[in-house]
Design a protein around this ligand. Structure first.
Ligand code: GLP
Length: 241
């Protein structure tokens, strides 16, 4: 595990975007695993900047997002579909047919989850997975629990995640209680993983990771320490508290 401490949020975003840029230059048809939330917004902004300056071409890139709320339309302003289009895909030269965000309104959700994993495999597997981390140690929507899912699954959100994520909704009652998320195996199969965290809120969980915590399903992020190419990029606030 490598830990990069950036001065602030902007520098963290630049470092992450640079890693992605290097990977895209090495493999212009790479499969990129993407995350939503507040953390990666600056990284997307940097990548859009590269595209605008003619330094990156996304036309052959394939993306898979980690998760989506169950029951939200793609157009719903709080859906991860909407987030990805609005924050990133609408601003670069990627064909929307090459982007995949789980469909939280799929008819048969269980079958859909299997299809999602099959599709990732068919496309050659994820080359680089971008992650954020929940304050409770969740990754994607893999919430702390006694057991964790291997594959893409439907999961119940914890009260704390519903509360933290309610800032993206008009009221807490609107936050869906269930979500679809890539499982731990799907994430761990990525050839390279980068995880970003910024701000004081993330300091307790980051401190545990960088201090070499033990593995526990109670903190899904801890399993990433088993990955052979795992980089954490944090700002000073998340690092020092
Ligand atoms: C959300 C998402 C995660 C994200 C995490 C942190 O619930 N499902 O994929 O990494 O919580 O979010 P933020 O970046 O807004 O702190």
């Amino acid at each position: 595990m490598e830990v990069i401490v950036a001065r602030d949020y902007d520098e963290m975003s630049r470092v992450a975007a640079n890693i992605i840029k290097d990977e895209i230059i090495k493999k212009p048809d790479m499969v990129l695993g993407l995350a939503t939330g507040s953390t990666p917004k600056g990284m997307y902004r940097e990548l859009i900047g590269y595209y605008n300056r003619g330094e990156l071409d996304f036309s052959n890139i394939i993306t898979f997002n980690l998760d989506e709320y169950v029951g939200l339309d793609k157009e719903h302003p709080s859906s991860y579909h909407h987030f990805m289009n609005d924050i990133f895909f609408d601003h670069i030269n990627i064909g929307l047919e090459n982007t995949h965000v789980p469909d939280g309104k799929a008819q048969n959700l269980e079958e859909y989850c299997k299809q999602y994993d099959r599709l990732i495999k068919e496309k050659g597997g994820i080359d680089l997975q971008v992650l954020g981390v929940g304050e409770n140690g969740h990754i994607g929507f893999n919430e702390p629990d006694e057991e964790l899912n291997m594959d893409t699954s439907i999961v119940e959100l914890t009260e704390s995640t519903i509360e933290v994520n309610s800032r993206f909704f008009e009221s807490i009652d609107e936050v869906p209680k269930t979500a679809i998320t890539m499982g731990m195996n799907g994430i761990m199969q990525a050839r390279k993983i980068i995880l970003m965290a910024n701000g004081k809120r993330k300091a307790p969980i980051i401190r545990r990771i960088v201090n070499g915590m033990k593995l526990t399903t109670r903190l899904p992020v801890s399993l990433l320490m088993l990955h052979h190419d795992f980089t954490i990029i944090v700002d000073e606030e998340a690092y020092n508290g």
